[in-house]
Ligand binder design. Structure first.
Ligand code: ATP
Ligand code: MG
Length: 182
């Protein structure tokens, strides 16, 4: 029997960004009702792999290490809802080019290695509330500023009260050339 792990690539906020995002989530949740996501589980999914044999996780680490991405700033200023309003999220007005390049680069590299990934266009979002009962406001006020300098491989432990996540790898995104460091 092969052990399987449920894994995905994501942007994982540091404690300060997670706190700001959680503050926004609580304000929005006051309007929407439903199930507020846990502060320590807030994330932006880059590529979802699903259940993988544990032995394939090493290939995912090698693939991550071979990615050439760049750091970028993400401004989470917009809110919206999917799945007939049940999933409430926050996202940028438009994905920064470096974010779209990272998500598309990962998807391409994963497919080249035989992993099946989502074919729908990448839609950058952080899920804040599930099973919402009312629509969210259209904007996150104040917007959450997130300086993204790494991406992560995350393991998901799905339980009856929602998933618990475990970051199992992190890879830096270097500052772009010409960016003054200070
Ligand atoms: P639960 O499934 O218990 O409600 P969850 O959706 O947060 O919790 P996972 O299903 O493990 O946990 O998903 C992990 C992340 O990947 C989440 O951000 C989820 O939205 C995203 N995700 C799940 N399935 C897909 C998919 N088929 N395509 C793209 N992203 C997905
Ligand atoms: Mg799920």
């Amino acid at each position: 029997m092969t052990e399987r792990q449920r894994v995905f690539f994501a942007l994982w906020p540091d404690a300060a960004v997670a706190a700001a995002l959680y503050g926004a989530a609580r304000r929005i949740h006051a309007q929407t009702g439903g199930r507020l996501m846990r502060r320590d589980g807030l994330h932006l999914t880059l590529a979802f792999l699903g259940e993988q044999p544990a032995g394939r996780v090493e290939a995912l680490r090698r693939l991550a290490a071979s990615m050439t991405g760049e750091a970028f700033e993400l401004l989470l200023s917009h809110a919206g809802a999917w799945q007939r309003g049940r999933i409430v999220w926050s996202g940028p007005g438009a994905a920064p080019p470096a974010l779209a390049a990272l998500a598309e680069g990962l998807a391409g590299a994963l497919r080249a290695q035989g992993f099946e990934v989502e074919r729908r266009p990448f839609a950058a979002h952080v899920t804040l509330v599930r099973n919402a009962l009312a629509p969210p406001p259209p904007e996150v006020e104040p917007p959450v500023r997130w300086l993204v300098g790494e991406f992560a491989l995350v393991r998901s432990h799905v339980g009856t009260d929602g998933a618990r996540y475990e970051v199992i790898g992190r890879w830096p995104l270097p500052a772009p050339d010409g960016d003054a460091a200070g």
